[in-house]
Each structure stands twice: as structure tokens, then as C-alpha cells.
Design a protein. Structure first.
Length: 143
């Protein structure tokens, strides 16, 4: 989170509330534990892990604005911005893809995810579907 905040040059305007982040971590692990118990499995697939992680960050919003007037409107949606960046970077890393910085398709995907986190209703399940779709798309070769 801190790396993404610094990359956006927001470190003077926002902070990660560690108490809230602690609650995110507890909620995430409780959710994953319930999932393992319900599905009677030992290991949870990576798409579920990423989906539940982002879901709980978005639910609790541990990144908080620390100044009265942030000069960048993106500060208002800092949790959404960080989550979109976090999930996209993790998905690319999972597939061993080094994303080019000027890739139009990647930015389109990032912007769509960011928009959906800001304005649409989502669940762990819908996030998991998006992640799995991305993973599938990286393995299919269209001829």
C-alpha cells in the first residue's frame, strides 16, 4: 500500500490507519477460514485470495485522508486506486508478466477495475470472477 501511495505522490495527503488495517487482516483471515471449512479444502486458489483481500480493504477503507484539502481528486478514492493497482500488479506477477508502462489494454483494464471499485456494487465473488477471467485470458492464444 505504501509503495503505491508513494508512486502516486500522496504520502503527504493520506495515511494507512493501522488499526483499521488490522481489522482488514482479521476479517480477511476469518473469511478465508470460513471458506476453507465450508468447501472442506486445505488450500484456497489465488483468485479467491486476491478477491477477498481487495474486498476487505474496500469494505474497511484503511487508507485515510489526513489533510483538509487534497489537491488531487484521486485522494477521495485512494482506497479504490490502491486496490486497483494492487490487484493488477498481483495478477500480472502471478502470471509472470512484466506489464509495459504504456500498454493501452492494461490501462483500459486498470481504469475499468478502478471505475467499478468506485461506482459499482461488487462482492468477493464478482472480484474473483474478474481475476479468473484475466488469468484465463492470459492463457488463451487466439488464432
Amino acid at each position: 500500500m505504501q509503495c503505491i501511495i508513494k508512486a502516486c505522490h500522496f504520502e503527504l495527503f493520506v495515511t494507512v490507519n493501522t488499526d483499521v488495517l488490522g481489522k482488514v487482516i482479521i476479517d480477511y483471515f476469518e473469511d478465508i477460514d470460513r471458506l476453507k471449512e465450508f468447501e472442506e479444502i486445505d488450500r484456497v486458489c489465488v483468485s479467491k485470495i486476491y478477491a477477498h483481500e481487495v474486498y476487505w480493504i474496500m469494505r474497511r477503507k484503511p487508507i485515510q485522508i489526513t489533510v483538509p484539502h487534497c489537491p488531487d481528486e484521486r485522494c477521495l478514492y485512494i482506497n479504490e486506486l490502491v486496490c486497483a493497482a494492487l490487484i493488477v500488479s498481483k495478477m500480472f506477477a502471478e502470471k509472470g508478466i512484466v506489464p509495459p508502462t504504456e500498454n493501452v489494454q492494461m490501462m483500459t483494464f486498470f481504469n475499468l477495475l478502478y471505475y467499478n471499485l468506485k461506482y459499482r456494487t461488487f462482492t468477493q465473488h464478482s472480484l474473483e470472477l474478474a481475476i479468473e477471467s484475466f488469468f484465463l485470458g492470459t492463457t488463451i492464444s487466439v488464432k
